[in-house]
Design a binder for this molecule. Structure first.
Ligand SMILES: NC(=O)c1ccc[n+]([C@@H]2O[C@H](COP(=O)([O-])OP(=O)(O)OC[C@H]3O[C@@H](n4cnc5c(N)ncnc54)[C@H](O)[C@@H]3O)[C@@H](O)[C@H]2O)c1
Ligand SMILES: N[C@H](CO)Cc1c[nH]c[nH+]1
Ligand SMILES: [Zn+2]
Length: 428
């Protein structure tokens, strides 16, 4: 991994989001699914996942049978993670409110769950039961009545949906699951096919094809955010342990060849030792083939003159994950403005958040933490404003409303008020 001054570093962002070829592929896939429905999903399962899919929907029997294929240790850990995620998201719940004014008018906000949402659970290079929980639990806490989940029909060349994914879905309470991945699954959720009813919103992370497809269908349905290839920035001082830093960078670099893993440090010594550690740890990493590409092409070790400069670099990069491996992490916390999730101190390694602590791991990537938030209960709610004006309130404020309407040249708006004031004999 290259070491360079932070001032010389230009992050390779997906400015146009994906290459022209990837955009073209996704456009074609979406069009084919719109035209051919289930047949297109089956064709693409063959083309991209190398499997024949007969039945798109996973049966209840298959879901139950998956329990026999997972061990007790996994199930216990999954259940504890689910409890932690549920407890965290319960705190995000909101309630409708109504405010009665002294003049008898009533203003308020009604909050309702979305009716039908689609969850994308990635599964191309690795299977992500943790992403099932992270997608489904906030939707369930929000009270969404219909949840459809899609996930690729093969993972890492192995045919079939990984049983751990099915068990995670069952534990979370998701029953409607389809064997479809990539852009084609997103298109199916947005437009519907013979087997898949369209949804109101699509959430969940995925690779560049999934992220692009979500962007394409936005407007037909809502989406949560662009949660594409994962990324991490570690801000470390001379007190950080190079073994920990290297391990945490690789933990994200192993997700995807497109995943940036970046160290920002005030210490030249740490920079050198992390580079050595990275070589050592990469060499024995099972996902070496992926992490070697991401660290070489997107990774970097950036030198800064002070932690203040380091914080500025973090805010400029706006990472999905930011680890503060410094002596006093809480001192820096208030200044980290752009980050999907912030991990403080040597023992808060990023996988604690990926799997277990409770906050959501579906997070904005590619610098979108400047304006997007982690997946949360609000993503599954919609709001309606409630306005009730009493006769007294309209009489008291009608003049001002008419003034504003006439200022915009909208006489019809003014008259809708005027007609009422006239009838009440209150026109000044
Ligand atoms: N941001 C987050 O919150 C978050 C969370 C978890 C995972 N992730 C990311 O999710 C991604 C998972 O990626 P993945 O690939 O393992 O699974 P995936 O399910 O996202 O994508 C697999 C699908 O991509 C499609 N595909 C693959 N190659 C294609 C091609 N050349 N043309 C068209 N379609 C193609 C196939 O249909 C395949 O089923 C990683 O980038 C990981 O970093 C992000
Ligand atoms: N780091 C990924 C994006 O936040 C989530 C994940 C799932 N499993 C392992 N990691
Ligand atoms: Zn991860």
């Amino acid at each position: 991994m290259r070491i360079l001054p932070a001032s010389e570093f230009e992050l390779k962002r997906e400015v146009e989001y994906g290459s022209p070829e990837q955009n073209e592929t996704v456009r074609r896939i979406i069009e084919e699914v719109r035209q051919d429905g289930d047949a297109a999903l089956r064709r693409m399962a063959k083309e991209f996942d190398r499997v024949e899919v007969a039945e798109l929907r996973v049966s209840d029997e298959e879901i139950q049978a998956a329990y026999a294929q997972v061990d007790a240790e996994f199930l216990a850990a999954l259940r504890q993670a689910a409890a932690n995620i549920r407890a965290f998201h319960e705190k995000q719940k909101r309630t409708s409110w109504m405010d009665l004014q002294p003049d008898g008018s009533l203003l308020g906000q009604i909050i309702r769950p979305l009716k039908r949402v689609g969850l994308y659970v990635p599964g191309g290079k690795a299977a992500y039961p943790s992403s099932v929980l992270m997608n489904a639990i906030p939707a369930i806490v929000a009270g969404v009545p219909e949840i459809a989940m899609v996930t690729p029909p093969a993972t890492a060349g192995e045919e079939g949906i990984n049983p751990h994914i099915l068990v995670a879905a069952a534990e979370a309470g998701v029953k409607e699951i389809y064997r479809a991945g990539g852009a084609q699954a997103v298109a199916a959720l947005a437009y519907g096919t013979e087997s898949i009813q369209p949804v109101d919103k699509i959430v969940g992370p995925g690779n560049i094809y999934v992220a692009l497809a979500k962007r394409f269908v936005f407007g037909v349905v809502d989406i949560d955010m662009i949660a594409g290839p994962t990324d991490i920035v570690v801000l470390a001082d001379e007190h950080a342990d190079p073994e920990y830093v290297a391990a945490d960078l690789l933990a994200q670099a192993e997700h995807d060849e497109m995943s940036p893993a970046i160290l920002v440090t005030t210490s030249q010594d740490l920079a050198e030792s992390v580079r050595l550690e990275l070589w050592r740890q990469l060499d024995v990493l099972p996902k070496k083939a992926i992490a070697a590409v991401s660290t070489a092409t997107r990774g970097a070790i950036l030198l800064v003159n002070s932690l203040d400069e380091g914080v500025d670099v973090v805010n400029r990069l706006a990472p999905e994950h930011c680890e503060l491996l410094v002596q006093e992490p809480f001192n820096l916390l208030p200044r980290i403005e752009n980050a999907g999730a912030i991990f403080l101190g040597a023992y808060s390694t990023e996988p604690v958040g990926d799997y277990f602590a409770g906050p959501n791991h579906v997070l904005p990537t590619n610098g979108t933490a400047r304006f997007s938030s982690p997946l949360n209960v609000d993503d599954f709610l919609k709001k309606s404003s409630v306005i009730h004006y009493s006769k007294e309130a309209l009489i008291a404020n009608g003049d001002m409303i008419m003034t504003l309407a006439r200022n915009e040249g909208l006489e019809g708006h003014a008259r809708a008020v005027e007609v009422r004031l006239k009838k009440e004999g209150k026109l000044k």
